[in-house]
Design a binder for this molecule. Structure first.
Ligand SMILES: Cc1cc2nc3c(=O)[nH]c(=O)nc-3n(C[C@H](O)[C@H](O)[C@H](O)COP(=O)(O)OP(=O)(O)OC[C@H]3O[C@@H](n4cnc5c(N)ncnc54)[C@H](O)[C@@H]3O)c2cc1C
Length: 406
């Protein structure tokens, strides 16, 4: 059976779902294809936290509000945080950022990925966007001016425009020969949820250890003692930490975090993720655009991966809707390049900054240790520089697309 659409989004993760919703009501026939069932899980407030969470910026919140998904997130659970505390584990440098310094209510929200995903899926199911679930993309080839996509369940789709939102290991990227620049951070991230004896104070904590950054992110729980941790370390150390029993892991975690939140009393099941930076050399080609992790993956120390993805989705939707209104051909590489021109410099700049930051904190030579220690102390004493950083972190200082309300 062959289906047809004006545009196919491959991947209904957080970013692909956001793009499809941003395009609804634009008069386009849209199909979203995903290998998973695309079902919405009934939310149980008593259930354990999902290990994968994201720190969503104010810009992402605004986009999700426009898409009608923020209400579903707030109804489930989201943890606003007003402060961020960063320090160098092998020195005395530290810096503290606060939302109050720029008269904002919060610096962002820590939300489980599953919660964001379900709130978006709920909106998708309520829309007239076509959803093709349990159908992995297996092959794609050019057929005249169209793409012909072959799905694992035997069906196929014909479309002039494919948007790759199928994540870091994008099949679209591979099948169309899109090149990437990539390198290993030589880090694995251990993620889990922990309960500490002291409350998290609605603060995102990050300590730079000799092996990599360790973050404690506040989770939404009545007693405010639960945090999501992201512990980036060498692959060998990660393997050792993953093999520890729960008690020994909690003890090591508490030591690595200098006991800032008292005892680590409990840790849920741990997940270990290898970290690799990837950046597509081009985001667009004739009839093709890459967004979200399919276009770029970045070290989680920035807490920016999905925030960049939501901006990609919002900007691409804005460009496509404008072009459609002007009667332009959406698959035209010149139309799609407008999206690339707006997003690539921004994504590259952030990735370069994070790379520099990560190397500085990995560096052992004494002059570099001195530099990062005095750098942190220096920033701490510059309220204006800190306010600038906070505005950047909120994501409200750049090119923010105006999405139409659904
Ligand atoms: C440890 C860690 C911590 C992080 N913390 C943060 C944070 O604090 N803040 C932040 O902004 N970001 C964070 N990130 C990054 C963030 O998780 C990612 O940027 C985000 O999940 C990417 O979303 P996506 O929709 O682009 O891709 P994905 O979430 O990977 O979604 C891809 C979708 O495509 C589907 N798919 C894949 N292949 C196919 C195929 N062949 N056919 C059909 N469908 C397919 C999948 O089923 C899935 O639904 C973190 C990442 C890590 C590893």
């Amino acid at each position: 059976m062959e289906m047809r659409a004006d545009l196919v989004v491959v991947g209904a993760g957080m970013v692909g779902s956001a793009l499809a919703l941003a395009l609804q009501n634009g008069g386009l026939e849209i199909l979203v294809v995903d290998g998973s069932p695309l079902s919405v899980k009934a939310f149980d407030p008593q259930a354990a936290f999902e290990p994968r969470v994201s720190a969503l910026s104010a810009a992402s919140q605004r986009i999700l509000e426009r898409l009608g998904a923020w209400q579903g997130i707030a109804r489930r659970r989201a943890s606003p945080y007003g402060d961020m505390s960063v320090w160098d584990g092998s020195g005395t440098g530290h810096v503290h950022f606060s939302a109050a310094s720029v008269h904002a209510e919060s610096l962002g929200h820590i939300v489980e990925n599953r919660v964001v995903q379900d709130a978006l899926l709920e909106q998708l199911h309520d829309s007239d966007i076509g959803l093709v679930a349990n159908a992995r993309l297996e092959q794609m080839r050019r057929s005249g001016d169209d793409w012909l996509l072959s799905l694992a369940d035997g069906r196929s789709v014909r479309t002039p425009l494919v948007i790759a939102a199928d994540g870091a290991h994008s099949a679209v990227r591979r099948l169309t020969g899109c090149e990437t620049r990539e390198w290993d951070y030589l880090h694995h991230a251990i993620v889990t949820s922990v309960r500490c004896s002291a409350p998290h104070q609605r603060t995102a904590w990050q300590r730079f250890t000799d092996d990599g950054p360790l973050a404690f992110l506040p989770l939404a729980h009545a007693d405010e003692h639960w945090c999501s941790i992201v512990w980036s370390t060498t692959p060998k150390e990660a393997e050792r930490l993953m093999a520890l029993d729960s008690g020994a892991f909690c003890a090591q975690l508490e030591r690595a975090f200098e006991g800032r939140l008292g005892h680590v009393e409990h840790a849920d099941a741990r997940v270990c993720v290898p970290l690799r930076q990837r950046h597509a050399k081009r985001y667009v080609a004739e009839g093709l655009a890459l967004i979200g992790d399919a276009a770029h993956t970045i070290h989680p120390l920035a807490g920016q991966g999905v925030n960049l993805g939501f901006l990609d989705a919002a900007v691409l939707a804005e460009e496509l809707l404008h072009a459609n209104g002007r009667g332009e051909r959406l698959a035209d590489a010149r139309v799609l390049s407008r999206y690339e021109r707006r997003r690539m410099p921004h994504n590259l700049a952030l990735m370069a900054a994070m790379e520099g930051f990560e190397r500085l904190f990995q560096a052992d030579p004494l002059p570099l240790r001195w530099l990062r220690n005095s750098g942190l102390k220096c920033v701490e004493q510059m309220p204006e520089a800190k306010a600038l950083f906070v505005r950047q972190a909120l994501g409200l200082s750049g090119d923010l697309p105006e999405l139409a309300k659904p």
